[in-house]
Design a binder for this molecule. Structure first.
Ligand code: FAD
Ligand code: DHB
Length: 400
């Protein structure tokens, strides 16, 4: 049996960021992750960091490689009817931008930072469970290398993603779940090809949505809409490229550069919120509490804003015994979460073709995109949400 102040379940972006924020405030934590270190680092996921997430990583002192290798984008393209329309994110938001830097790079940097602090981070923990959540000493149990471990904590942060154990350990009826499934998913690839556009291209095509993104000057990241349960092995590399080119090529001849596919997968899409994001001394953060369809590129960024709010509350508790910020944690997070949910739903339903859409829906979507790309007011609205709405609290209040 061991003790800590904050037990953190999950070493994804939420858990690792929280661990480092607590470290900077002199608060002890133990991070328990059920996967292997290499698996966590190699998992290909999100790639777009909002301005506020970049600022947070810099303020935490873990943004050195991000600043060197991240690709700052001052704009993006919306493509429909065979034409690309530029949205000047930075011009429309007083200089804010997004940075393309793979989630796996963020996670790698945060694991390195954690190891440098010598604070505990357990990979390959088996049979992880949490208990005594409504007591003052909640516990984490797990098995590692054949030995059972118990950690007694002041608080537990459930940062274990959508399929984790923390949310599932909350008694039935204590949470309200808000859920929406979409009748499509994304087939995504990583390709060894230099990006043929310096900025992202979101495409609405008669055959469905497609997205051009990148990871580095030599690696392109591309997606297109498929049915949610599409078997990936039914797609040869050649068929994937044919479909990408068919959807993305514009009348002026722009198209992605073709290259060797190094990774491919299908992701279903859903919107989900569990409220409140707390039960007793268990606090949920990131995907454990909510998920968004990826079209708005918000998932990782919401995980960062949640843990900033949680770090502020825990710092105040340990420094002055106040618990009002712990009590407000869920409400403060959910304000920003719901706005990101609304934006992600809007980006998704505007840019995808739905199997049950009517001819009216299709024309309305085209009008929506025509309005968006022709109105400075509409472009400004997209831009301020895409670069990220303000965090609800200041960095200073979380000890940065
Ligand atoms: P996670 O990154 O899921 O981290 C949770 C961690 O907890 C994981 O390391 C997991 O192994 C661990 N864990 C789970 N169960 C347990 C347990 N029982 N015990 C201990 N540890 C546990 N967002 C975008 O914006 N764009 C994208 O293209 C995109 N693609 C995605 C693709 C996939 C397949 C998935 C699943 C998500 C994607 N997202 C994307 C969303 C984005 O990656 C998430 O929002 C982000 O990872 C949230 O971080 P997190 O730390 O809350 O959760
Ligand atoms: C990427 C993923 C997204 O979900 C998105 O909206 C934009 C870019 C990416 O993986 O690069």
């Amino acid at each position: 049996m061991s003790t800590t102040q904050v037990g953190i379940v999950g070493a994804g972006p939420a858990g690792l960021l929280l661990g480092h924020l607590l470290h900077l405030n002199g608060i002890d934590s133990v991070i328990v992750e059920n996967r292997a270190r290499d698996y966590v680092i190699d998992r290909v996921r999100a790639g777009v960091l909002e301005q506020g997430t970049v600022d947070l990583l810099m303020a935490m002192g873990v943004g050195e490689r991000l600043q060197r290798e991240g690709l700052r984008h001052d704009g993006l393209y919306i493509s429909f009817g065979g034409e690309r329309h530029h949205i000047a994110l930075a011009d429309l938001t007083g200089g804010k931008a997004i940075t393309v830097y793979g989630q796996n790079e963020v996670v790698k940097d945060l694991i390195d930072a954690r190891i440098a602090t010598s604070r505990p981070l357990h990979f390959e923990a088996e049979h992880v469970s949490v208990g005594a959540l409504d007591s003052s000493r909640p516990t984490i149990h797990f098995r590692q290398g054949g030995t059972d471990h118990e950690i007694r904590c002041d608080f537990i942060a459930g940062c274990d993603g959508f399929h984790g154990v923390c949310r599932q350990s909350i008694p039935d009826g204590a949470l309200t779940n808000y859920d929406r499934l979409y009748p499509f998913g994304w087939l995504g690839i990583l390709a060894g090809a230099p990006p043929s556009s310096a900025e992202l291209v979101y495409t609405y095509h008669d055959r469905g949505f497609a997205l051009f993104s990148m990871r580095s000057p030599t690696i392109t990241r591309l997606y297109f809409q498929v049915p949610p349960d599409e078997p990936i092995d039914q797609w040869t590399d050649e068929a994937i490229w044919d479909e990408m080119l068919m959807r993305m090529t514009t009348r002026d001849g722009w198209k992605p550069q073709v290259g060797r596919i190094v990774q491919k997968s299908v992701t279903p899409m859903r919107s989900f919120v569990a409220a409140p994001m707390r039960y007793g001394r268990l606090f949920l953060a990131g995907d454990a509490a909510h998920i968004v369809p990826p079209t708005g590129a918000k998932g990782l960024n919401l995980a960062a804003s949640d843990v900033l709010v949680l770090a502020r509350a825990l710092k105040a508790f340990y420094e002055s015994g106040r618990s009002d910020w712990l009590d407000e944690y869920s409400a403060v997070c959910l304000r920003r979460v719901w706005k990101a949910q609304r934006f992600s739903w809007w980006m998704t339903t505007t840019l995808h073709r739905s199997p049950d859409e009517t001819a009216f829906d299709h024309q309305r979507q085209i009008a929506d995109l025509d309005y968006l790309t022709g109105s400075r007011a509409a472009m400004t609205s997209l831009a301020e949400q895409y670069v990220g709405l303000p965090m609800e609290i200041s960095f200073e209040s979380a000890g940065l």
